[in-house]
Design a protein around this ligand. Structure first.
Ligand code: GDD
Ligand code: MG
Length: 397
């Protein structure tokens, strides 16, 4: 794969945010022993370097009642070396959609000779394992894991730690193009192979996100992403006194982290999770608030933003759904101790103009889960390993 080198890097304390980098070639050819010249504008990431990362990477697919055909396409796009972890919150009632997902994954693993885990978010064993680990923040009043994509992601981080992986990447289950899934993973791997720090994050943005209404229109930005990026950039600009538009991936659902980084960040519930990750990084390592993680601060936190070639086409879930996403995401910026008055006002103005709040209505404060390093990861793993057979889908179900 050949990717643009980052032309510019914004630095805040120990945080380095790289400007967006485009994928130039999906396949950049054989590794050559002798390089004839050093290309300063682009970086070739060799096949072997990508595979080395993929071997250490878990790819997480959060799913809730998605079409089985889409789920099947998504898993087929995950490169062979990666461990697949499916965290499902699908219906288990009259129609047991979870069993259908498990059956599909099982068959895929048998044909392709690979390993995967599949867990159901509401499985009481998971709640027990979390209790053993002293990490009960994810549980609701019925002692089950709460609904939400973020809650599923946190469970997957624990599973990936248990499987001794070094990297974790997330890919939604409602993607129509297996080729796009494949490219996301390649970009994650390329990002990690470029990273200097063991505390790194790769966030994806897409070249186009097609909309079908009459004809097909290759739209670049969604309304939610555009607003979230604007508010994040406003927060950073107000802090530094220099206007910036560095953040292009505020809502990036498709993103990956080293597990070292994943374990030290606090996470917001539901759809606030992605903007909150950036807030947690800026709060923890941006140099304005005290830095409480000296090892990570010493290495620095690196953020890559990579623009893919495949268009992103996923299930259209309606306008209401978009509003459900906008509000919590902006809430995570609004309530940050780094957020200054002008950014707060911008957030309110944006929400009012998009009818997402009424005048004088308070923004909901996102729920924050503590960093995973506060959980007893060993106890979680020991408990889960006793029950592992039911989650692993290499052998029989
Ligand atoms: N495990 C689990 N639990 N998965 C869930 C849950 C849940 O409670 N709710 C949703 N999911 C799964 C969906 O099935 C899908 O695979 C993925 O999480 C994303 O949910 P969507 O409902 O498709 O979200 P979206 O397409 O509107 O938004 C996506 O893109 C945004 C912008 O890039 C998400 O990835 C957002 O988090 C992201 O900000
Ligand atoms: Mg979607």
């Amino acid at each position: 794969m050949r990717i643009e080198r980052p032309r510019y890097t914004e630095r805040f304390g120990a945080v380095r945010i790289n400007e967006m980098q485009k994928v130039l070639e999906l396949d950049s050819g054989r590794a050559r022993e002798m390089r004839t010249y050093e290309d300063i504008s682009a970086q070739k990431i060799e096949e072997d370097a990508i595979k080395d990362v993929e071997e250490k990477m878990a790819i997480v697919i959060p799913t809730k009642d998605e079409k089985l055909k889409l789920f099947e396409g998504v898993i087929s796009g995950v490169p062979h070396e990666c461990l697949i972890i499916v965290v499902s919150n699908s219906e288990r009632g009259r129609v047991d959609r979870f069993m259908m997902e498990k059956g599909t994954l099982n068959q895929f693993c048998q044909f392709t000779q690979r390993q995967a885990f599949i867990i159901h978010q509401k499985d009481p064993v998971l709640a027990q394992a979390l209790t053993e680990a002293g990490y009960t923040d994810l549980l609701d009043e019925h002692e089950r894991v709460r609904d939400g994509k973020a809650e599923g992601m946190i469970l997957a981080m624990l599973m990936a730690t248990m499987a001794k992986k070094k990297h974790i990447g997330f890919i939604d289950a409602d993607n129509y193009f297996p080729g796009a899934v494949w490219e996301y993973v390649k970009c994650y791997a390329a990002g990690f192979s470029m990273a200097q720090s063991p505390y790194a994050m790769v966030r994806i943005l897409w070249h186009y996100k097609p909309k079908i209404s009459g004809g097909i229109y290759f739209k670049k930005w969604g309304r939610v992403s555009e607003t979230t990026n604007k508010c994040l950039n406003s927060l950073i600009s107000a802090q530094t006194g220099f206007e910036t538009d560095i953040i292009r991936t505020g809502n990036a659902g498709e993103h990956a982290m080293t597990l070292k980084l994943a374990q030290i960040l606090p996470y917001a519930s539901g759809y606030a999770v992605e903007p909150q990750e950036l807030m947690s990084i800026l709060e923890g390592f941006g140099g304005v608030l005290p830095m409480e993680q000296p090892t990570a601060a010493k290495h620095g936190i690196e953020v890559f933003q990579i623009e893919t070639r495949n268009p992103h086409l996923h299930e259209e879930k309606g306008v209401e759904h978009l509003e459900e996403m906008l509000l919590p995401g902006l809430g995570s910026i609004y309530y940050s101790p780094l957020c200054q008055e002008e950014t707060k006002q911008l957030i309110i103005d944006q929400l009012l103009s998009q009818n997402a709040i009424k005048p004088n209505e308070e923004l909901p404060k996102p729920h924050l889960s503590p960093p995973l390093k506060e959980a007893d990861l060993k106890k979680f793993a020991t408990f889960m390993e006793e029950h592992l057979e039911s989650y692993s889908v290499l052998e029989k179900e």
